[in-house]
Design a protein around this ligand. Sequence first.
Ligand code: SF4
Length: 265
Amino acid sequence: MSDNLFAPIHKIHNISLSGGYGSSVSALAAHYYGIPFRLIFADTLIEDGDLYRFNKDIAEAVGKPIIHLIDGRTPWDVFADKRWIGNSRTAHCSEILKTDQVRKWLAANAEPDEPLVLGMDWSELDRIERAQRKWSPRPVVSLLNKFKIGRPNYQKWLERYGVEGPRLYKFGYPHNNCGGMCVRAGQAQFATLLTTNPQRYKHHEDKMRETMERIGPTAKPFLKRTVKGETEYLTMKDFRELYERGEITVDPYDFGGCGCFVDEG
Ligand code: SF4
């Protein structure tokens, strides 16, 4: 692994505050261990409402403002503009709404050797290394790894600072990104969205339909299944109807993986 993981501690650490456990505990650890840092949040405008409460609580706990970056488009707007709906392989929503925003801000406001902190721990070393290649020459560091903080410790860190975790985790989502509607997510996450927040599911179902109409016949949805060895693409409407009729078997572990800041584009 690159030495970037152990970038000089006196440099300002630019923490990408995503709204998830990993980056928020990284902020708490930076505060606890006296590392200079900033909090940067790139907003996709489809986040869960409780994410803003959580980020605010973290910012207040560490006494830092949040640098709030907004492109102004949602992932659906990006898909319509690019005439391509993001999927598990190509998530240009993440590239444009998150990575580009943070990259531009850092280029204008941070020294080139100030590290970017991503909320990944030792169990995601492959993602950290991909992020290091993607962001080079800017160092990418994992404070969770540096201070040996793993997932079982996240709750203790939040309790130490009196911060309540984001509600999406309590509903069974593995990430607090895009309000539970991620184009990289698997069927289990869309089943979770449908059962825990049918209104939000309906909103995105409608957005998918509108976006596909705007793109035209080349539009391809991101959900899929295999039928008799053939890949079949499913709109969110298709998936909902199959699920409601009990005609699709959802792998309960198929949540997909979050790749924001790592390997989109
Ligand atoms: S969380 Fe998913 S949908 Fe949201 S920006 Fe990242 S890849 Fe796109």
